[in-house]
Design a protein around this ligand. Structure first.
Ligand code: NAD
Ligand code: TYD
Length: 351
């Protein structure tokens, strides 16, 4: 039996990973540890919550003595660490929360792992799930991020993730803690909190609300279907080289404004609206401070060494995604009630 601790398993990517691991590895015990912030929701895991190889622990990764008890109580021998504050706009408004959870929380987990596993590192693993945003910003014709690209984070979010990556590597270099890191591009799919571009815009179109496009909408992001990310994490966790970094991405770059037009086209069609109905909702608003121009990931190493490739074409992934949000209005209503309503009104000055 292997006891795998997944942190942040009630969030967007974490819930897809927990579902995959619980279903694929009945011989493992999957311990989902999550603080259930505004972004964490146990409704994301309804289909696995009664499985005998699944346990949920509500805890804050910054609580070091609690992390030590979890390692002891569950005999944790593998960690896949996703718990984080993850939204760039929030990091601009409240950077402290990002340093606290992403840096101090990661350090607290690393130290708990080191103390629990000291003298018996063989067969143990601490895997940090990170982002391509640590590499900074590319020019439109500026090539790709590789595993050798120097870290150059710009936002408080990416600075905190870069710092946590450095701590993970420091524990490998200094103490020999077995670690792996992956840096992935922007994910999309079901169960993503609707403050991020794709679910926010689908939901706004449905409710005939304006679509706030930052600046000219010319920034470029590289989009990957979330289930393909979860498959890559599983593969790297089991077959990646200890001490290594892997970039994950699907060579799928989109200018924001072009992506938004695709979202409008697909959402209007699925709602039964004539083509172009919601284009008038586009509203160009003040640009995000320090807005990174372009992210683009080279994931050749992952393909060559471990044989990973994305399974879905973007058109298929976006169709599935729009359908899911349109069919899961109740989930959207639940996660966007209360605190989020006030945040949204303050952020965009509109309801
Ligand atoms: P998310 O915001 O949807 O989920 C984060 C989860 O972490 C939530 O369930 C939340 O409750 C939990 N959490 C937050 N603070 C915590 C704390 N102090 N203790 C315990 N749990 C806590 O995020 P996501 O988009 O699923 O991202 C997951 C990870 O993947 C993050 O580390 C993020 O940096 C990384 N990542 C995300 C993307 C993306 O496109 N979303 C891309 C690459 C990497
Ligand atoms: P987001 O989903 O927040 O991901 P990230 O900032 O981590 O890349 O944003 C994706 C892109 O969309 C980014 O360039 C910012 C832009 N954006 C908007 O134009 N309007 C919005 O309301 C949001 C949330 C994002």
């Amino acid at each position: 039996m292997r006891n795998i601790l997944i942190t942040g398993g009630a969030g967007f990517i974490g819930s897809h990973l927990v579902r995959l691991m619980v279903n694929k590895y009945p011989e493992y015990r999957i311990i989902n540890l999550d603080k259930l912030t505004y972004a964490g929701n146990l409704a994301n895991l309804k289909d696995v919550e009664n499985k005998s190889n699944y346990v949920f622990v509500k805890a804050d990764i910054c609580d070091f003595s609690m992390m030590q008890s979890v390692f002891t109580e569950y005999g944790v021998d593998g960690v896949i660490h996703l718990a984080a504050e993850s939204h760039v706009d929030r990091s601009i408004k409240d950077p402290f929360a990002f340093a606290q959870t992403n840096v101090m929380g990661t350090l607290s987990l690393l130290q708990a792992a080191k103390l629990a596993w000291e003298g018996k590192f063989e067969g143990k693993l601490f895997y940090h799930v990170s982002t391509d945003e640590v590499y900074g910003s590319l020019q439109p014709d500026g090539g790709f991020f590789t595993e050798k690209t120097k870290y150059d984070p710009h936002s408080p979010y990416s600075a905190s993730k870069a710092s946590s990556d450095h701590f993970v590597r420091a524990y490998y270099d200094t103490y020999g803690l077995p670690v792996k890191i992956s840096n992935c591009s922007n994910n999309y799919g079901s169960f993503q909190f609707p403050e991020k571009l794709i679910p926010l815009f689908i939901n706004n179109i449905r409710h005939n609300k304006e679509l706030p496009v930052y600046g000219k909408g010319e920034n470029v992001r590289d989009w990957l279907f979330v289930e393909d990310h979860a498959r890559a994490i599983d593969l790297i966790f089991h077959r990646g080289k200890v001490g290594d970094t892997y970039n994950i991405g699907g060579f799928n770059e989109w200018k924001n404004i072009d992506l938004i037009k695709v979202i409008i086209r697909v959402t209007d069609r699925l709602l039964g609206n004539p083509e172009g109905t919601s284009l008038h909702l586009i509203r160009h608003v003040t640009d995000r401070a320090g807005h990174d121009v372009r992210y683009a990931i080279d994931s050749t190493k992952l393909k060559n060494e471990l044989g990973w490739e994305p399974s879905l074409q973007f058109e298929e992934g976006i169709e599935k995604t729009v359908k899911w949000y349109l069919e899961n209005q109740e989930w959207l209503n639940n996660v966007t009630s209360g605190e989020y309503q006030q945040y949204y009104e303050k952020m965009y000055g509109m309801k």
